[in-house]
Design a protein around this ligand. Sequence first.
Ligand SMILES: NC(=O)c1ccc[n+]([C@@H]2O[C@H](COP(=O)([O-])OP(=O)(O)OC[C@H]3O[C@@H](n4cnc5c(N)ncnc54)[C@H](OP(=O)(O)O)[C@@H]3O)[C@@H](O)[C@H]2O)c1
Length: 277
Amino acid sequence: MPNAQPAIPDFLYGTAWKEDRTAALTELAIRSGFRAIDTANQRKHYFEAAVGEGLASVYRARLVTRADLFLQTKFTYQDGQDRRLPYDPAATLSVQVAQSMASSLEHLCTDHVDSFVLHGPASNSHWTTEDFETWQAMIKERDAGRTRLLGVSNISLAQLQQMARAHVEPPEFVQNRCYASRGWDREVRAFCRERNIIYQGFSLLTANQQVLRHPTIATLAVEINATPAQIIFAFARQIGMLPLTGTSSAEHMKQDLASLSLELPPDAVNAIEAIAG
Ligand SMILES: NC(=O)c1ccc[n+]([C@@H]2O[C@H](COP(=O)([O-])OP(=O)(O)OC[C@H]3O[C@@H](n4cnc5c(N)ncnc54)[C@H](OP(=O)(O)O)[C@@H]3O)[C@@H](O)[C@H]2O)c1
C-alpha cells in the first residue's frame, strides 16, 4: 500500500505533445515549483517513459521525493492509441487496464500513482458495457493500492448521470476540455460540485483564444497587473476548477504558478464567466 498521501494539488502540469522535450520539461516544471504532473500511457500524444526520466533527474538532484509529488496517468482505449500499445489488444479490457497500469508504474518508477484516469468513455453518447468493465478494473487497481484516486476524462453530463443512475462508484476527478463558449462546461461543473468531484479543466488557454483577447480581460489585466493567461487560470481556480497548463516556457511556468496568488474581484469572475467565447 502507498504510504505517501500528497494533498490534492492546486495546479497540474500537463505533459502532452512534448515528445523529445518531455523529460527536460517535466524536470523544469518541478524545478519551477509544480508538484503535480499529468500524463497518460498513450504514446501517440504523451511520452510517459520520458516523464519518468524527468522525475528520476529531480529525485537524483534531491529536489523532491516521490512523496512530494502528485502523479496522474490515464488508461486509453485502443481507439485512442496508435500501434504503440501498453497492453495486449487481444486481452480482455480488465487485463488491458492492469497491463496499462503496470507499464505506467514502470515508466514512472513508482509503486503507485495518485490518480488514474479513464481517458474517455468508449462512446460519445453513453456509458457503455465496455466502460462498466474498464471502470471496475480501475477500481480493482485502486483497491490494490496502485492508485489513490480515480478519474474520468472527456465525459458528458449525460454519461455522468448515467453512471450515477447505475450506482457506479463516482470518480474523484473529472478532466474535461473547458470551452468558454459552453459556459466553461457549466453543467458538468455543477454536477461535480454537488458530488464533491474535483473538476480538472484543460485547454483553458488554447480552447479560449477569443476570451484571452476580450476587452474585459485586457482591461482587468492592466488594472491588476497580470497577464490574460494568469487571469484565466485565477478565474478557473475561483470558480472551483483544478487547472492544467501545458506550457513549454520557463517564463510561462513561473507566471502560471504566480496566478495562484491572484484574487479576482467577484464582479470580474462573474464577467469572465459570462463571456461566451
Ligand atoms: N484528457 C485529455 O483528453 C487531454 C487532452 C488535452 C490535454 N490534456 C492535458 O492538459 C494539458 C494542457 O493542455 P493544453 O496544452 O491544451 O493546455 P493549455 O495550457 O491550454 O495550452 C498550452 C498553450 O498555452 C500557452 N501558455 C501557457 N501558459 C501561458 C502563459 N502564461 N502565457 C501565454 N501562453 C501560455 C502555451 O504556450 P507556451 O508553451 O509558449 O507557454 C501553449 O501554447 C496537456 O499537456 C495534457 O496533460 C488532456
